[in-house]
Design a protein around this ligand. Sequence first.
Ligand code: SF4
Length: 175
Amino acid sequence: MSMKEQFEEALRGKAWEWGVVSTGDLIFSPELHKACEQNVCGNYNKNWGCPPGNGTLEELKAKILAFPKAMVFTTKYDLEDSFDFEGMEVAGEAHRKLTVEMMERFGKTNPVYGAGCCTVCKECSYPEPCRFPGKAVSAVEAAGISVGDLSRTAGVKYNNGESTVTYFSMLLFNE
Ligand code: SF4
């Protein structure tokens, strides 16, 4: 079974959509990477999955481009309305769970990038060494990759309709 087929088998019934991109088609935006410094999410300099802990843009780019392909996958969650913040939390948690599951299954050989900071531990050990390097997940956007661009390149929807929320992750592979 090819790597792509193994990913698909693992994602079936859990992810909403998926698609394969050539990493050479990804756009690494220095502006997006730098935007993390504004710390809107509160994780800057606090988590190994986010800048500056997960490396410079050049380091992240080199790590990603070392693999020719990426499997992009999404989860979609229906909200009660666009103010359903509790629903967004539930959706984020479900997405993180699937991302960690993929990491546990394939992460030894296939780096995984998720939606936002690493949430494997309740509180990240940063700046002390990561407790679970084999499980830690880095953020897609912290590598300067816009999720909007990623969705177009992978052919998966960025927006799945009114009162829904969609989260993105990706796994790198060689085939
Ligand atoms: S596994 Fe734990 S210590 Fe390591 S980056 Fe994730 S949250 Fe931080």
